[in-house]
Design a binder for this molecule. Structure first.
Ligand code: ADP
Length: 246
């Protein structure tokens, strides 16, 4: 595969990234809660051009009894990329990657959802990637956390996510697709800062031990900011409902 130099892409220049960001800058982040009428909870989250919609249903009785757990609600997550979400039209059929990411996102949420309060029910989380430009799994975790809160599902804390990358030897926060494609490492992290738990940690590529520790600290600092934005988005949705703007 051609490297960034061959492709004419200089990803870091004078300490700035290809889109002008400093290493610890997030892309412009937007969060909206409660945007779908037909779901119990919903949220739209954008990190730059990456745009993910989350819809939550439940807790409810499942159509298939098969899914029922005697002592808690079963959390089901479907991560899906819309056919129009990428440059090349993606097949609408679920890919292996989507099946894997559905599991990764579910496992990033399970530690915070108080599923034991709703035995014998299911909570469904549908994640639709509307536009993909890197970091869709961490945006999906963030959107799901907001949609679960919007559905009134009790949680121990909110979860947020961001990926840290290593680009031309520099650690950077919130990698986009270009940085993900040409970077040396990519480390998606999700965490619940209010209870001090990391719920997702993956690493593609190679980091030294010291780089890993720095990257994790950078991710957690960024996630603090993401979760503060989540709280603000939830507050705003309450005010809008209270103010009768819907
Ligand atoms: P993440 O989206 O969590 O970073 P990946 O590292 O697997 O997950 O993907 C990085 C980026 O590559 C995605 O955000 C998306 O922009 C692009 N991508 C992933 N899968 C596809 C696909 N099937 N077709 C086109 N682009 C894709």
């Amino acid at each position: 595969m051609a490297g960034p130099a061959q492709a004419g892409v200089e990803l870091i220049r004078d300490g700035r990234r290809h889109d002008g960001r400093l290493p610890e800058d997030l892309r412009p982040v937007r969060m909206q809660v409660g945007i779908l009428h037909n779901a119990d909870g919903s949220a739209l989250v954008e990190f730059g051009r990456t745009r993910v919609l989350a819809a939550v249903y439940g807790p409810r009785e499942p159509h298939q009894r098969f899914y029922v757990l005697p002592d808690r609600a079963a959390l089901r997550v479907r991560y899906h990329m819309a056919p129009f979400s990428t440059d090349e039209r993606k097949s609408p059929a679920p890919s292996r990657r989507e099946i894997e990411l559905s599991k990764v996102v579910r496992e990033a949420l399970e530690p915070v959802v108080l599923a034991e309060e709703f035995p014998r029910t299911v909570i469904d989380v549908f994640l639709e990637v509307l536009q993909a430009d890197g970091g869709t799994r961490t945006a999906a975790v963030t959107a799901a956390s907001l949609a679960l809160a919007d559905a009134g599902i009790p949680m121990r804390a909110l979860v947020g996510g961001v990926a840290v990358g290593k680009i031309q030897g520099v650690l950077v926060v919130d990698v986009d697709e270009l940085e993900d494609m040409y970077g040396e490492a990519d480390m998606p992290v999700a965490a619940a800062p209010d209870i001090g738990e990391i719920t997702l940690l993956q690493l593609n590529g190679v980091l030294t031990g010291e780089e890993f520790r720095t990257a994790l600290a950078m991710a957690l600092r960024a996630i603090n900011r993401v979760v503060e934005m989540e709280k603000e988005a939830i507050r705003k949705s309450y005010l809008e409902v209270g103010g009768g703007q819907e």
